[in-house]
Design a protein around this ligand. Structure first.
Ligand code: NAD
Length: 252
């Protein structure tokens, strides 16, 4: 699918990988709606690219329905969904204060895994009513992490949430194949987003040096480049692509 004039919804689009994807898809002529919990960031990115800002939690039904309705009213039925909203939390299964509280584990699963599925199901329901563009109706891209495969100490919840995204990619692609909707997942390695920008430069360099080649942190524009390619390449479906410069994370 070509992005020119296509209606796109990007969750977590107010920051990092989502914001870079919003810019890249807008530069390709897409009409972009950004959904983020952070109102100021969602509005800033939307204003910059001439898009629409939606504010809300991806893991709740009502705000996602509202965002879909707002995007559709402004740009037509959403044809491309990019799930970038996500949170991380580092805590060991049994730590200094005892067992990891279940609500901390559940919160990460709820936002990252259930939030991604929530957006997919509700956007796909709308996509099915739209006429096909050529041989397809829409494309869904979710964001896992290399932590889905090489989770580190303290990443039980995060890795489980991202592993869930990897695990549902094929069955959801199979579910939506008859609707001509493709479903893909990107598993990024280490990217220089606000999270890592908060670290001292030395720490950033040392993390980047662990990447075999290129030995640096990824730039969010490189994630966006792959997201654009996935939309444009009709044979990509039902798969997770690692985007990581060959890094395999050590236990800690
Ligand atoms: N940066 C990396 O190195 C890296 C590596 C692997 C995976 N990822 C994944 O990529 C995605 C984007 O990460 P990023 O580095 O750009 O992070 P980021 O913090 O810069 O952006 C995430 C955005 O999601 C929003 N968000 C969080 N919870 C939300 C919710 N419940 N509803 C709506 N919006 C919500 C935040 O407000 C924020 O704007 C995440 O899923 C993250 O787990 C990032």
């Amino acid at each position: 699918m070509q992005l020119q004039d296509v209606s796109v919804l990007i969750t977590g689009g107010g920051s990092g990988l989502g914001a870079a994807t919003a810019r890249a898809m807008a530069a390709k002529g897409a009409k972009v709606a950004v959904l983020d919990m952070n109102k100021d960031n969602a509005e800033a990115v939307a204003a910059e690219i001439g898009g629409v800002a939606c504010v809300g939690d991806v893991s709740e039904e009502a705000p996602v329905q509202e965002a879909i309705a707002k995007a559709e009213a402004a740009h037509g039925v959403i044809r491309v969904l990019v799930n970038c909203a996500g949170i991380g939390a580092a805590a060991k299964t049994v730590g200094k204060n005892g067992a990891l509280p279940l609500d901390q584990f559940s919160r990460v699963i709820k936002v990252n895994l259930i939030g991604s599925f929530n957006c997919i199901r509700l956007v796909a329901e709308r996509m099915q009513s739209a006429p096909p563009i050529g041989e397809e109706r829409g494309v869904v891209i979710s964001t896992a992490s290399v932590a889905a495969f090489d989770g580190q100490v303290g990443q039980a919840a995060y890795s489980a949430s991202k592993g869930g995204i990897v695990g549902m990619t094929l069955p959801v692609a199979r579910d939506l194949a008859s609707l001509n909707i493709r479903v893909m997942t990107i598993a990024p390695g280490l990217f220089l987003t606000p999270l890592l920008k908060g670290l001292p430069e030395e720490a950033q360099k040392s993390l980047g040096a662990q990447v075999p080649h290129p030995a640096r942190l990824g730039d969010p524009s490189e994630y966006a480049m792959l997201a654009v390619h996935i939309v444009e390449n009709p044979m990509l479906n039902g798969e997770t692509i690692r985007l990581d410069g060959a890094i395999r994370m050590a236990p800690r």
